[in-house]
Design a protein around this ligand. Structure first.
Ligand code: MN
Length: 255
């Protein structure tokens, strides 16, 4: 009986998620993404970027709670899609990690996510003027950028943070099949199919907001049509490595 128990135990252990370590390159890219987003002014002391685990689609990788510019490989933790850290190693976790887990649940196509409070986007979450693609670099946004109103789910006295799975699921629902969702009075979330693409998108969403605010001051604005946006987004998706390599070099070059 003991031998049988040991045999079963041995088989169970052998059958455990075979120490499915993520690709070291994925971790490296995630660290670089943290620094690039800080360098570009998309994140500051706040904001986070995650990537879906390359060996287990029910997991994702993101740093412990800390400023993105300071993230190193050893700060990266693994989370399940309920945003429970597989091994938190005693570290504090981002309060808003549910943004990531709930979007990965709702969107199997999404492989990387950025949440930020990038400043130029904020006015479009609180005014009647919609964020719309003003030029080809932000065409990925499409012409119908949704805005998440947390009051619809959390009432009028919340701290505005997506601090649980219910709020995360509501945000994912408003995101729908889009690439970016604004969060009223808070920030935005950008999703993509790779780390370089989501960094590209987070940066050009911020840039579009800045340029759109400038253009509005000049008078009536001509935006991309839905067809222009779709065609341009397809073109850009093949080009995301060009700025990525530049941005990466800026944050990794020797002092
Ligand atoms: Mn936030």
């Amino acid at each position: 009986m003991l031998r049988f128990t040991l045999l079963v135990l041995g088989l169970c252990l052998a059958g455990l998620p075979a120490a499915a370590q993520p690709d070291a390159k994925l971790i490296e890219d995630l660290v670089v993404a943290n620094r690039v987003l800080a360098d570009l002014g998309v994140v500051d002391g706040f904001g986070h970027v995650s990537v879906r685990h390359d060996k287990d689609s029910n997991r994702y990788l993101m740093s412990r709670s800390m400023a993105p510019a300071l993230v190193k490989a050893e700060d990266i933790l693994e989370y399940d899609l309920d945003s429970v850290a597989v091994d938190a190693r005693g570290q504090a976790l981002f309060l808003e990690r549910f943004i990531h887990g709930e979007i990965y649940k709702a969107r199997p196509d999404v492989k990387a996510i950025v949440h930020s409070h990038s400043p130029s986007v904020i006015p479009f979450g609180v005014s009647k003027t919609r964020l719309q693609p003003i030029y080809h670099m932000s065409s990925f946004m499409g012409v119908d950028v949704p805005v998440f109103e947390i009051r619809d789910v959390a009432g009028s006295a919340s701290d505005l943070l997506v601090r649980n799975a219910r709020l995360g699921a509501a945000l994912a629902n408003v995101l729908g099949d889009k690439t970016v969702v604004l969060m009223r009075g808070h920030g935005s979330v950008t999703v993509g199919t790779s780390i370089p693409q989501v960094v590209f998108r987070a940066y050009y969403a911020e840039m579009n907001a800045r340029l759109q605010s400038e253009a509005i001051k000049l008078g009536a604005v001509t935006y991309l049509t839905a067809d222009e946006a779709a065609a341009s987004a397809k073109t850009n998706d093949a080009l995301v490595m060009r700025p990525w390599e530049l941005w990466k070099r800026k944050v990794t070059k020797p002092e």
